[in-house]
Design a protein around this ligand. Structure first.
Ligand SMILES: Nc1ncnc2c1ncn2[C@@H]1O[C@H](COP(=O)(O)OS(=O)(=O)O)[C@@H](OP(=O)(O)O)[C@H]1O
Ligand SMILES: Nc1ncnc2c1ncn2[C@@H]1O[C@H](COP(=O)(O)OP(=O)(O)O)[C@@H](O)[C@H]1O
Length: 206
């Protein structure tokens, strides 16, 4: 019997089928690929390309995209610091469930604060792969596919990451993606880099 947060008198219910059995069924190891970076840095594009590549190889993945999760589970949250922290905490918990189910969970969120990403990493020992989209702000701002940087520069959005809200880059991420000679690698080249990492670390077999 234990107490967790506001819940008292709760008991852990074991499942008859374990994680290892699920992984064997899927011939892969559950893990979380956590993609972090500025708005417009290419997180969703990489998540989609990676998910497609894994699917082609017969590997089961699922994308948790910040924008999408904010349409449902996290629609009560905004962009002030404590809301972003709660956003990341909830997505971290959901990602942990997906990884336990045996899936390669691809979480794609700005996740601007280091302590929040590190808290997710702590929930997933040996199964958290942090991918940093290290693209210059100028590139993201030039892309501005949703017109949000323009609104932020005009003062019409307050607390926009990279403009008037901080982004704390990872200190020890597993994969860092950046421009080469001022050119951004293609989405499929970036996905390939992540797939190679997953392969090398044994995640693509049980
Ligand atoms: N103030 C502010 N700052 C940053 N981003 C903003 C803001 N307001 C709205 N948006 C849009 O929300 C998307 C980011 O949501 P996330 O859940 O990934 O953000 S966070 O991790 O909680 O910081 C982000 O999507 P991406 O462009 O895909 O990153 C924006 O479209
Ligand atoms: N590797 C890339 N090369 C060229 N353009 C890209 C690349 N990745 C993303 N883009 C473009 O940049 C813009 C932002 O990408 P997106 O994936 O939506 O970023 P984020 O999810 O980080 O906000 C989109 O218009 C997308 O087509």
């Amino acid at each position: 019997m234990s107490t967790m947060g506001n819940s008292t008198n709760i008991f852990w219910q074991e499942s008859p089928v374990g994680k290892l059995e699920r992984q064997k069924l899927l011939n892969q190891k559950g893990c979380v690929v956590w993609i972090t970076g500025l708005s417009g840095s290419g997180k969703s594009t990489l998540a989609c390309s990676l998910s497609r590549e894994l699917h082609t190889r017969g590997k089961l993945s699922y994308i948790l995209d910040g924008d999408n999760v904010r349409h449902g589970l996290n629609k009560d949250l905004g962009f002030k610091a404590e809301d972003r922290t709660e956003n990341i905490r909830r997505v971290g918990e959901v990602a942990k469930l997906f990884a336990d189910a045996g899936l390669i969970c691809i979480a794609s969120l700005i996740s601007p604060y280091r302590k929040d990403r590190d808290a997710c990493r702590a929930m997933l020992p040996d199964a958290f792969i942090e991918v940093f989209m290290n693209m210059p702000l100028a590139l993201c701002e030039e892309r501005d596919p949703k017109g949000l940087y323009k609104l932020a520069r005009a003062g019409k959005i307050k607390g926009f990451t990279g403009i008037d809200d901080p982004y704390e880059p990872p200190l020890n991420c597993e994969i860092e993606l950046n421009q080469k000679d001022g050119v951004c690698p293609t989405p499929s080249a970036m996905a390939e880099e992540v797939v190679t990492y997953l392969e090398d670390k044994g995640y693509l077999q049980d």
